[in-house]
Design a protein around this ligand. Structure first.
Ligand SMILES: O=c1[nH]cnc2c1ncn2[C@@H]1O[C@H](CO)[C@@H](O)[C@H]1O
Ligand SMILES: [Zn+2]
Length: 352
């Protein structure tokens, strides 16, 4: 990419709405945590541990991608560790000039040493808020139900989440192996979340077809869709999402790695944007996908010829899609506009 454009992308104020905590732990922190916890990992240098946490170009499916979360999970079983990685995630966001993040995690995945669901959520929020204060990056949590977990485990997540709503938790999600567990299996769980008035986003149309997106918006109460790459399989549904401004949290680099489509040439982000869908750009997992928000935006600009003005529209879409109040959105928009005006003429061109 041209140096001038890359500089502009780095300076662009950005938002990340789809970012997993466990998939974004720095390799050095994994080593550090293992050392303090007295755990022996299959590698004791960053060079040895990084490939065990990161997907390579041979990844063939979401299922394979998800296997990269096993190792990191071993060090994320204490309140201190969880709080630390949440704090560091805000710091990582700050380093790419990201102004607001929503961080998702599966509370049930951090209970091997006896933490309660509430304690896990509390630790994540504590770390995020500490980071928010230090780096000036807004940060809220999203609790994930897992597709392979029992109903009562997922109900527990919703129940606990309800206690933290407006106290640092912005919503709930459904994550995990989409190909093996279709969305309709989770109606009861998300009816319950809806009843508790918790905002809902659902991973759908990533490793399975558009029927999961339909189910998510029609029956699970989703007001946002995680990925939604396969929405184009159902044009009627596409029209519905477009008319109702239901945002897609697209994660380009991860979507290519998990084979949500056959490759960059086949990635529908430009098509969706032009059709008026509320497209947003996100990272998914900083470590597993070896990505950051600058890389994601640069990729979109380069591969799909987005002008700088269109790129900024993607940022505005993210603010509109965020699970925050109208006042908070207005504040973020003001903050972003000031920085955007410094790097753009307002036309297609970029000025630095
Ligand atoms: O792209 C994805 N699709 C579906 N599930 C995912 C993705 N990335 C991560 N997770 C799952 O969400 C859990 C909580 O963060 C992770 O442990 C992983 O299993
Ligand atoms: Zn995800």
């Amino acid at each position: 990419m041209e140096e001038k454009k890359w500089k502009a992308i780095k300076k662009l104020p950005k938002i990340d709405l789809h970012l997993h905590l466990d998939g974004s732990v720095k390799p050095g922190t994994v080593l550090d945590l293992a050392k303090t916890q007295g755990l022996i990992l299959p590698g004791n240098t960053i060079d040895k541990i990084r490939p065990l946490l990161q997907i390579d170009e041979n990844c063939n499916s979401l299922k394979e991608y998800l296997s990269k979360f096993d190792l990191v999970s071993r060090v994320l079983q204490t309140s201190e560790a969880i709080e630390r990685v949440a704090f560091e995630l805000v710091e990582q966001a700050y380093s790419t000039n990201c102004k607001y993040i929503e961080v998702r995690f599966g509370p049930q995945l951090h209970r091997e040493k006896g933490l309660t669901v509430e304690e896990v959520i509390f630790s994540v929020i504590k770390g995020l808020k500490k980071g928010e204060r230090k780096f000036g990056v807004g940060a809220n949590a999203i609790a994930c139900c897992l597709r392979h977990h029992a109903i009562n485990q997922n109900i527990e997540v919703i129940q606990a989440s309800a206690q933290f709503i407006d106290g640092g938790l912005a919503g709930v999600d459904l994550a995990g192996d989409e190909a093996s567990f279709p969305a309709f299996l989770f109606r009861r769980i998300f009816k319950f979340a809806d009843k508790k008035r918790i905002p809902i986003t659902i991973h759908a149309g990533e490793a399975a077809g558009s029927e999961n997106i339909k189910e998510a918006v029609q029956h699970l109460g989703a007001t946002r869709i995680g990925h939604g790459v396969r929405l184009r399989e159902d044009l009627h549904l596409l029209d519905y999402l477009s008319k109702n401004k239901i945002p897609l949290e697209m994660c380009p680099i991860s979507n290519i790695q998990t084979k949500a489509c056959s490759g960059w040439d086949d990635y529908p982000i430009r098509e969706y944007f032009d059709l008026g869908l509320m497209v947003t750009v996100n990272t998914d997992n900083l470590t597993v996908s070896n990505t950051n928000l600058n890389k994601e935006y640069a990729m979109v600009m380069e591969k799909f010829n987005f002008t700088f003005k269109e790129i900024y529209q993607l940022v505005i879409n993210s603010i509109d899609a965020a699970f925050i109040s109208i006042e908070e959105k207005q504040l973020l928009k003001k903050q972003c506009k000031v920085e955007y005006d410094l790097i753009s003429t307002g036309e297609e061109e970029v000025v630095i």
